[in-house]
Design a binder for this molecule. Sequence first.
Ligand SMILES: *Cc1c(COP(=O)(O)O)cnc(C)c1O
Length: 360
Amino acid sequence: MGRVYNFSAGPAVLPEEVLKAAAEEMLDYKGTGMSVMEMSHRSKAFEEIITEAEADLRDLMGIPDHYKVLFLQGGASQQFAMIPMNLMKNRVADYIITGQWAKKAAQEAEKYGKVNRIASSEDRTYSYIPDCSDLPVSEDADYVYICENNTIYGTKYKELPNTKGKLLVSDISSCFLSEPIDVSKYGIVYGGVQKNVGPAGTVIVIIREDLITEEVLPGTPTMLTYKTHADAKSLYNTPPAYGIYICGKVFKWLKEMGGLEVMKERNEKKANVLYDFLDQSKLFKGTVVPKDRSLMNVPFVTGDADLDAKFVKEAKAAGLENLKGHRTVGGMRASIYNAMPMEGVEALVAFMRKFEEENL
Ligand SMILES: *Cc1c(COP(=O)(O)O)cnc(C)c1O
């Protein structure tokens, strides 16, 4: 069996060129006689891998010099705790609730201090991004937290919130490297890589240098202190070495593709093919307010749960995999990350058109 078009929300599709290159180096990485999985993280070969990965990421994202890049473990979810433990000096933080991941982050932060939920789109099943131009930002807030692309609900901030001078912390797990961002607008921007960048097991944290201090909450474990990892250049303990290696290959692939401006254009073209179809369809309907639509995750429904299930089943048989929506939303969701080719989106739309003719 060949490869399918994989619309999974994560772990998700990776560029075929990257997988092939990794396969070629599997038994003997550049004459070392071993795979990257088998080598010391203190070896010269691995030091080159992590150094180059960081340099390429800095280049791609235009990361300013006064920001550190950390390659950590524990997934995005571990950051839900690590952020308050390291940043909550006043033990107060503001959270904007645009879905499950922001909600979970807020619940975790509540273990460490007072959490103010200063905006939410829960009233309409997170189908939009609240107006964030004039929020009741708390005077003593240590930071304002957002989840920038909501993987489950398919919304994305098109404009960052006005934090009224407070530090902005953002989870970009599902829009990482999908388009350029201005890193200097954030205190911390981070993401688990298994959505749009690499294999599960690595999380990348980009953090402004002055936020890396020893003054963390009492009882914060060494491993959950940013300073530990910053001082050791992400090699305090054994890092997720193979994951970092694959991320590095994806960074090079992105550079070869032309960088993040080009990826943004490509992603817009792909998403438009799907949204344009949804907007004229008589059977399928997008669930998100058009102005807040994500380029990466596209949820849609027929309005009939049995028909949705039939669609997912028949799509799978046609080589279009993982289109079932999140269990909390139902319906369908197509995740069309960087590595999803235009042909995959076109195949999906052709299949939807045929399904509509047969079932309307
Ligand atoms: C998947 C996801 C998470 C959770 O990631 P883990 O690495 O599984 O902890 C958090 N935030 C967003 C936006 C996600 O898409």
